[in-house]
Design a protein around this ligand. Sequence first.
Ligand code: COA
Length: 179
Amino acid sequence: MDSGRKVKLKDGREVLIRFLQKGEDPKELCNYINSLVEEDSAITLDEFQTPESEAAWLEAMLQAQVMGRAVYLVAEHEGRKVAGANASRGMWRERDNVILGIAIVKDFRGVGLGEILMKELIDRARALSPRNIFLMVFEGNDRAIALYKKLKFREIGRLPGWVRWKGKYVDHIYMLLED
Ligand SMILES: CC(C)(COP(=O)(O)OP(=O)(O)OC[C@H]1O[C@@H](n2cnc3c(N)ncnc32)[C@H](O)[C@@H]1OP(=O)(O)O)[C@@H](O)C(=O)NCCC(=O)NCCS
């Protein structure tokens, strides 16, 4: 996996799944994240990023990766970043819990990439030997919730009306991976 592995999606397209690495193009990272911001997708970030902010993010993420505090996976198609997925330890007294996150660009959803990436991410998260593997998802993000249930996450709590998404306040749901 270190140099990445190619996977075929349900529609026949191929993507390369690999770790985030030094030398990523900040403009490419920017295109990816800003496409998600632009469509008001179900992620917490809702501000456009710049190549400079992405370069700083890359630096911090690579350092966390080297220190064993995080893992970040990239899915790439013909040189374009089409998905990112990360597993990060909490800080200090929460260090034994690992939170997962994933976001796929619009034109690569619904063809199996989410499931492939999440399975890989869970394996990587397990290698961090955490007590808990969990994630947070917006109420109403039915596609994500269906995927997480399929992968054996179950709801353990929710923060009511916590997130403003598409003009209304929705719950932020915590889901825990059952072993
Ligand atoms: C949520 C997300 C990661 C799912 O990944 P995906 O590649 O679209 O999903 P997959 O094609 O791998 O499908 C996996 C499962 O998700 C569910 N699913 C997929 N498409 C769905 C849809 N349109 N409606 C409902 N459930 C759906 C199904 O359970 C599916 O399994 P099945 O094919 O056996 O029925 C992806 O759509 C995404 O990144 N969305 C935008 C950002 C986001 O919401 N991130 C998650 C934040 S918590």
